[in-house]
Ligand binder design. Structure first.
Ligand code: PLP
Length: 406
């Protein structure tokens, strides 16, 4: 008899965005004439920079000519892409990250979901609350938690991120092995400063723990003093892995390309306490289960680092940050407190009332889709996330409607 993975039963009945989708669908059926503006799910709306598109076209043409045709590529990514990433993202920030520590993939969601497979079932996992749900659900599927009670999974260590701590997680009061951090944060839009990251790195060193640092939104940081990589912190290469993505940086959500940095110095430990290279484990995992990202996509991604590409990427992220500014101004006018939106495309709003009630009201009265904070965890209750990923026109229209109908 084929038995289902019993841990899947513990997952909450539906994924947050599925639930939102059902409500929006019902609203549209009841109000077919409504022009619904979606500021909920964090998908981009603006086209991919032309430098990337041109490189993409060129590489597609290469595939039609025997001399330039390429079959399976290197599993961990083409050297041309790994090299430009090391040179552009890491060298200028004074990190020692080398091209052979960068693994190209088809998405950060897969990488940050898959990474937990490298560690023992008994690993104690810490996550921030609220949190990007992928970190939690993949550990639930792997059987690292008990059941879901009162908004929390038994066995997970939750690190509350609230207005009281400026949405920066405090160190846990019990020992943990695997820590998920995300900065700039989804959903709160908050960023972790150097002091905060230093605390986490020294915690990880003292406890021989590992930090999974999600920097999917790093290209939205506009203050040079904010760490762009956890590897700017001394010693982090021994205790951290970092996830980055072309999705939000260059509009690749539909094209799929990301990268994960696994330093050679980064170690896990076997049952005798002997160090095991995390990079070797990840290489082994990827060569078994993954066959690389397509050649044209990697050429398109590399073009994001050309002189022209860098300017276009900057213009794209600036565009969304300007949207974020418009959203923050409108919400502030309503007398509500916000965080995020300065170095992040997300604005986290303290709605001071039930977040699903606010979500429904904004949908019904303003035809605007937002995301209720409780979908990201218990400490998200009473908050709403608004995403700046939309056209300027739609953002302005949505804010006018929200101000009139809140
Ligand atoms: N990490 C965070 C924090 C995200 O918000 C997202 C996407 O929304 C991802 C990772 C996934 O990115 P990708 O499109 O590369 O899978």
């Amino acid at each position: 008899m084929i038995r289902a993975n019993k841990h899947f039963k513990k997952l909450q009945s539906s994924y947050l965005f599925y639930n939102i989708g059902l409500r929006v669908k019902a609203f549209q059926q009841d109000n077919p004439a409504a022009n619904v503006i979606r500021l909920g799910i964090g998908d981009v709306t603006e086209p991919i920079p032309t430098a990337c598109i041109e490189a993409f076209h060129g590489a597609v043409d290469d595939q039609g000519v025997r001399a330039t045709f390429r079959g399976y590529g290197p599993n961990e990514g083409y050297p041309f892409l790994r090299k430009v990433i090391a040179e552009n993202d890491f060298r200028p920030r004074n990190t020692g990250i080398q091209a052979d520590e960068i693994f190209i993939s088809d998405g950060s969601k897969c990488d940050c979901g898959n990474f937990q497979e490298l560690f023992s079932p008994g690993t104690i996992v810490a996550i921030t609350d609220p949190v990007y749900p992928v970190y939690v659900d993949t550990n639930v599927m792997a059987g690292r938690t008990g059941s879901f009670n009162d908004g929390c999974y038994d066995g997970l260590v939750y690190l509350p991120c609230t207005p009281q701590n400026q949405f920066k997680p405090a160190l846990p009061d019990q020992q943990v092995d695997l820590i998920y951090l995300c900065s700039p944060n989804n959903p709160t839009g908050a960023v972790m400063d150097k002091t905060c990251l230093e605390q986490w790195v020294s915690y990880a060193k003292e406890n021989r723990a590992l930090i999974l640092f999600d920097a999917a939104y790093v290209d939205f940081i506009r203050d040079d003093s904010i760490p762009h990589s956890i590897f700017e912190i001394e010693g982090a290469e021994e205790v951290a892995v970092e996830f980055r993505s072309f999705s939000k940086m260059a509009g690749f959500t539909g094209v799929r390309c990301a990268y994960t940095i696994v330093p050679k110095a980064c170690m896990a430990y076997d049952e005798n306490g002997e160090p095991v290279s995390v990079r070797d484990l990840w290489t082994r995992r990827q060569t078994t289960k993954f066959n690389g990202v397509s050649y044209p996509v990697q050429r398109a991604a590399a073009a994001a680092f050309s002189d022209e590409g860098r300017l276009q990427v900057r213009a794209l992220t600036d565009y969304y940050l300007e949207n974020a500014k418009i959203i923050r101004a409108a919400i502030t006018e309503l007398g509500l407190e916000t965080t995020g939106g300065e170095h992040s495309p997300y604005i986290w709003i303290n709605a001071v009332e039930d977040d699903w009630a606010v979500f429904d009201r904004l949908l019904q009265r303003a035809s605007v889709v937002t995301t209720p904070g409780s979908g990201f965890g218990k400490n998200g209750a009473g908050f709403i996330r608004i995403s700046a990923f939309n056209s300027r026109e739609n953002v302005m229209e949505a804010m006018t409607r929200i101000k009139q109908n809140y």
